[in-house]
Design a protein around this ligand. Structure first.
Ligand code: HEM
Length: 443
């Protein structure tokens, strides 16, 4: 019978445990843990014990036990300070009450409007690049994914409704995300967050008010949130709608920007795969045309490249829960009060699941090879009930960006020392500098 807690990783310091090592490089810490102790080990972050798990079997247990013996609320407390009380930063009861509204916002039919916004904003970005030049794609993706989210969720007039100040405030909030330290310490970044939040809320209150006054004029995410009742039949209150909007921008912004930048970089680093992507793009998408849903369904290899990027460079590399009732995992028992973390980076590198796991190889998902079929082997978008609601949105956006960029430009990668930069919101690559030159439109 399972009675002892998971084995503690060596190297923890008195009182602070593994905090310094985690802050320096959590990927290296978790890789060391996996190498020393296997698929389940513990680290200590100050007073907190954290069980770190790897592999499809334990990942499945993590997702299936969520909202049962495992809770999301406390683990994501650091998000609550920035984004308020909603979905998984609230109680499971609140989450299940609000869930139908979220599902409505990402219904398949709504994706047509979102795809239209993606095409317009990606093309506008490409047009703004001129005929040739040099850019850092990591920084460009941060801006572009902001515009796509703004356009998709608020409509084509979003630049008037969400001015530059809004994004500055958003930046202050997002920079204050803090995985380890208490979020109420008297630190400058927390003061900046607390000054920025009310200003963002004010802008959003005005956005909501305009839709309430003229409901017929808008068909956007805010209108959906205003019109769709929760499970209990009551409408969402305005504060929750605002929190949800800001939360969605956060959930979809840096994650997609980071993974999008990696997708472009990995394709440039592997010209043989870029060639296969471009062969199918050029076959199905006329040069410079909008990428329609029908065309997208033909871009199989491009979607595999997106999946391979999720596996190799997951932007949401850790997901967190708190143990409420004792949880038996393998031969161990994780006690109440402990945190549990899924570590995507380790799970995605298991030789038992992936051949030659360090290699960027989109063809591994072809029906003949069939890798990654286990839904809990690749967990870059989570799993189970709370699996990312915006996954298709994000994947489509990355496909539109890659297809349009490489179809319209010759792009040469200049940075040769790319590395993962860990963020508290999401991981992203170090600057991806490229040289680009517009292709003649007939090519
Ligand atoms: C590459 C981009 C993205 C990545 C890597 C990503 C990753 C994730 C992960 C790992 C989770 C599960 C968290 C957990 O179980 O602890 C999640 C949940 C979620 N994501 Fe994403 N996400 C991305 C893009 C988006 C976008 C574009 C949106 C919406 C605009 C979005 C909205 C959400 C929401 C609402 C949830 C909560 C789902 C629930 O609790 O039911 N995400 N995401």
């Amino acid at each position: 019978m399972a009675v002892s807690p998971p084995p503690m990783l060596s190297g923890g310091l008195p009182f602070i445990g593994h905090i310094p090592e985690m802050m320096r490089n959590r990927d290296r810490l978790f890789k060391r843990g996996h190498k020393e102790l296997g698929d389940l080990f513990a680290v200590k972050l100050g007073p907190m014990n954290v069980a770190v798990i790897t592999g499809a079997e334990y990942n499945k247990q993590f997702y299936m036990e969520t909202d049962k013996s495992l809770s999301m609320k406390e683990g994501y407390e650091f998000l609550r300070a920035s984004f308020g009380e909603l979905f998984f930063t609230a109680s499971a009861e609140t989450y299940y009450n609000q869930r139908p509204v979220l599902q409505e916002a990402f219904r398949r039919e709504r994706m047509v409007g979102y795809l239209n916004a993606m095409n317009i904003e990606v093309q506008a970005w490409l047009d703004s690049l001129g005929d040739s030049g040099k850019v850092d794609l990591t920084a460009e993706m941060l801006k572009l994914t902001q515009y796509v989210a703004g356009h998709a969720f608020i409509g084509k007039d979003f630049r008037n409704e969400l001015d530059d100040q809004f994004w500055e405030h958003y930046k202050a909030i997002s920079e204050a995300l803090e995985l380890i330290l208490p979020t109420n310490l008297p630190l400058p970044k927390f003061f900046r967050r607390d000054r920025a939040r009310p200003k963002m809320v004010k802008t959003m209150s005005e956005v909501v008010a305009r839709r309430k006054q003229n409901p017929g004029q808008y068909d956007d995410l805010i209108s959906v949130l205003l019109q769709t009742p929760c499970k209990d039949g009551a409408p969402m209150d305005e504060q929750t709608i605002i929190n949800l909007f800001i939360g969605l921008i956060f959930a979809g912004h840096e994650t997609t920007a980071g993974q999008g930048a990696w997708l472009l970089a990995l394709l440039m680093q592997h010209p043989e795969h870029l060639e296969r992507v471009m062969a199918e793009v050029n076959e199905h998408v006329p040069h410079g045309a909008d990428v329609t849903h029908q065309m997208m369904s033909k871009l199989e290899y491009t979607y595999w490249a997106v999946d391979e990027t999720t596996r190799l460079r997951p932007s949401a590399d850790v997901q967190i829960r708190t143990v409420h009732t004792p949880l038996a995992v393998g031969q161990y028992q994780i006690p109440p009060g402990w945190r549990v973390m899924v570590n995507a980076a380790n799970s995605h590198m298991l030789e038992s699941q992936f051949s030659d796991p360090e290699t960027f190889d989109p063809a591994r998902y072809s029906p003949e090879r069939g890798e990654g079929k286990n839904p809990f082997a690749i967990v870059g978008f989570g799993g189970g009930m709370h699996k990312c609601t915006g996954m298709n949105f994000a994947k489509n956006e990355m496909v539109v960006i890659a297809a349009k960029l490489f179809q319209q430009f010759e792009v040469e990668l200049l940075s040769d020392d790319l590395r993962v930069v860990a963020g508290n919101g999401a991981n992203h690559p170090s600057p991806v500098w490229v040289k680009y030159k517009r292709k003649p439109s007939a090519s």
